[in-house]
Design a protein around this ligand. Structure first.
Ligand code: NAP
Length: 298
């Protein structure tokens, strides 16, 4: 068997198109332009690329993009002041503080200073709690993107066995919560899990979010399963160049899986598209409008 390749790039482009339509509707019907503020502290090269891409795609969707940069040695109080100003700014509907922050800053403190209704990353403790208790929440973008790809391929997920490998606050835990909300039977695996390969072989849905290149091989996969590879790992090729690979060994996995996301071009492009969609949701909620229909599965 050779798995269907799930084209996250095309799906994300479609989602960005729906976001742009909704933005045009909000502008024409309500005189509202959704605005997303991104804050970057320091000069981490990968973060700079992410922030640039977020800004560009925000503008392409017709929204306003606000970019704020602070030096790596900025005091934490300066960042908290900036967050407070963005919280109070009516032109800003979404606030994203790019992680990781420099070591002298307390990430939890900063994230929890963002107004929960503007927390488009969904990392605020109130949004994590709302998701866990089945209330309307801002849902973290990467797991939300994974869920959309799963629903698109499988339709209803109810009753399926799902194994999520990884228990981080930004991917693994919210992914498990979302799949539970879809009535999957969910198991979360991590570095201490015993006989993880056997556990994975029970999964109709396997989500890998560990950050270890090629860990999950075809032998771990149930025939016909849907495999979502969240991992983004930069590895060196025999020619001395670098390339991006996932946590799943793509070549062996595709022989067994029913469908699989590639890296790059799978989950990655969904993350920013979901960030834009979350900003629209935040904008609608802030203005007392109904949640936009058909944008996300959140
Ligand atoms: P993280 O915070 O480092 O968490 C990694 C998780 O994987 C931990 O729970 C860890 O277990 C578990 N783990 C590590 N090695 C393992 C092993 N050999 N077997 C089983 N579990 C293992 O990472 P993260 O932030 O969740 O990110 C995970 C990956 O997704 C990274 O490659 C990251 O670059 C990628 N990512 C991609 C996107 C995207 O847009 N596509 C977004 C975010 C992250 P313990 O808890 O026991 O240590």
């Amino acid at each position: 068997m050779s798995a269907e390749i799930i084209d996250g790039k095309a799906f994300a482009a479609g989602l960005r198109g729906r976001v742009a339509e909704k933005v045009a509707e909000l502008k024409a019907g309500h005189g509202i332009t959704p605005g997303l503020a991104v804050v970057l502290v320091g000069e981490d090269p990968a973060s700079q690329v992410y922030v640039r891409n977020k800004g560009r795609q925000t503008l392409e969707a017709g929204m306003t993009s606000f970019e704020h940069r602070l030096p790596a040695d900025a005091p934490e109080a300066e960042l908290l002041d900036l967050v407070a100003r963005l919280n109070a700014d009516p032109a800003v509907h979404g606030i994203l503080v790019q992680l990781p922050l420099p070591g002298h800053m307390n990430e939890n403190l900063v994230i929890n200073a963002i107004a929960p209704e503007k927390d488009v990353d969904g990392f605020h403790v109130i949004n994590a709690g709302r998701l866990a208790t089945g209330q309307d929440a801002m849902v973290p973008c990467t797991p939300l993107g994974c869920l959309m790809l799963l629903r698109d391929r499988l339709g209803a997920l109810s009753g399926l066995n799902a194994v999520v490998i990884g228990r981080s606050n930004i991917v693994g835990k919210p992914m498990a919560q979302l799949l539970l909300r879809e009535s999957c039977t969910v198991t979360t695996a991590h570095s201490r899990t015993r006989d993880i390969a056997a556990l994975c072989r029970s999964a109709d849905i396997l989500v890998a979010a560990i950050g270890r290149p090629g860990t999950i091989t075809g032998e771990w996969i149930k025939p016909g399963a849907t495999v979502i590879d969240v991992g983004i790992n930069r590895v060196e090729t025999p020619e001395g160049k670098t390339k991006l690979v996932g946590d799943v060994d793509f070549e062996s996995a595709r022989e067994v899986a029913g469908a699989i996301t590639p890296v790059p071009g799978g989950v990655g492009p969904m993350t920013i598209a979901c960030l834009l969609a979350n900003t629209i949701t935040a904008c609608c909620r802030i203005h007392g409008l109904p949640d936009p229909e058909g944008l996300t599965a959140g």
